[in-house]
Design a protein around this ligand. Structure first.
Ligand code: SAM
Ligand code: SF4
Length: 331
């Protein structure tokens, strides 16, 4: 469906849990990291919500978190999503720690694409950024995904001036030999990222200037990335620039938090609880009232999507207006 600005909204990102097995310093406040997974939404409620979104023209779903691969039954969630009429593409954003052990099953139940967050290629720095060891597990997961043909794997790399900028060439060089898309993301002043922002923000343009080997491919519609490649490279390099060049006029997505609240814009304060309506629809399943309950849920969602904010004001405000951090909303 179209929103009030005439943008086609066809993409939903769902945060399944706000729990995570890592403690990335730009995302999760120290000490909050907690592997004990709790989920507020039940499988049937998630299904009901996705059905309503699909009726409104959403055809792409991305599962995220927190960490989606610590959610028990993730395979079942994906399997049932793949059966919903209208859903054509199911992807996942993960920190990759559990990827090697899960990727085969994930592929089998319908995952078509994965994004793996990996901000460094060095084990000691990995521990500094995430508070945990485990980089080799992430690398194994990526290799296994590529061997299984889940390609191209996208690698999310948050650019932090004082932390990982010295590794930019190493990441770019990965695309010479592997069919991977490296996505450099501008650090955003949201949640724990606010503290790091002043000393660590670096704009995509400043990085691009330092790498004359990057050949510009341009910008694909509805992709948030400006794309590049290196000569004879197998993969591509993308820059996601929420600050230096915002892409709000092409935004095609809305988000569902792990608490069952729709966030029509990542950086706005607006959020709308729809979980109760989903619960009513689940309760009514198999009964005459179901049609009505489903319609109510759908109408609520339709109104929220229609009124999606025109744009964020990250640069003007110096920080996100969102009351929630990235690990609660999903990236
Ligand atoms: N745990 C999974 C992961 O790390 O891929 C999924 C959730 S995580 C919140 C999703 C994405 O948000 C990750 O790629 C992460 O690097 C990114 N992210 C988190 N905080 C950020 C910030 N302050 N600025 C830019 N990206 C951020
Ligand atoms: Fe966890 Fe992902 Fe946030 Fe890192 S970026 S703390 S892996 S939710």
């Amino acid at each position: 469906m179209e929103d009030i600005q005439g943008r086609k909204i066809d993409y939903l990102r769902i945060s399944l849990t706000d729990k995570c097995n890592l403690n990335c310093e730009y995302c999760m406040p120290k000490g909050i990291c907690n592997e004990k997974v709790t989920m507020k939404m039940e499988l049937e409620e998630i299904n009901e919500i996705i059905k309503a979104f699909a009726d409104l023209g959403i055809n792409k779903i991305r599962f995220t978190g927190g960490e989606p691969l610590i959610v028990e039954g993730i395979e079942e969630i994906i399997r049932s999503t793949s059966k919903i009429k209208g859903i054509e593409d199911i992807s996942i954003t993960t920190n990759g720690i559990n990827l090697a052990e899960k990727i085969e099953a994930l592929k089998e139940v319908g995952i078509t694409r994965i994004n793996v967050s990996m901000d460094t290629l060095q084990e000691d720095k990995y521990e500094q950024i995430t508070g945990k060891t485990g980089l080799s597990k992430v690398k194994n997961g990526i290799i296994k995904a590529m061997n299984l043909g889940v390609t191209p794997v996208k690698l999310n790399v948050v650019m932090m001036k004082e932390i990982n900028m010295s590794e930019m060439s190493d990441f770019i060089n990965l695309t010479r030999s592997y069919d991977v898309d490296v996505r450099f993301i501008e650090l955003m002043p949201i949640g724990a990222g606010i503290k790091l922002f002043k000393d660590n923000f670096i704009s995509a343009n400043d990085v691009i200037k330092e790498h004359p080997e990057l050949i510009r491919l341009g910008h694909q519609k509805a992709s948030t990335a400006e794309l590049f490649k290196v000569k004879d490279g197998k993969g591509r390099i993308g820059f996601i620039t929420p600050l230096s060049c915002k892409f709000c006029n092409e935004c095609n997505r809305v988000r569902l938090t792990s608490e069952g609240k729709i966030k029509p814009c990542l950086h706005s304060e607006e959020e709308y609880d729809i979980l109760e309506y989903a619960r009513q629809a689940v309760k009514a399943q198999g009964r005459e009232e179901y049609f009505n309950s489903h319609q109510i849920l759908k109408l609520k969602i339709e109104k929220i999507i229609y009124n999606k904010p025109a744009e964020h004001t990250l640069v003007e405000d110096g920080r996100s207006k969102s009351h929630r951090a990235m690990f609660q909303i999903g990236g």
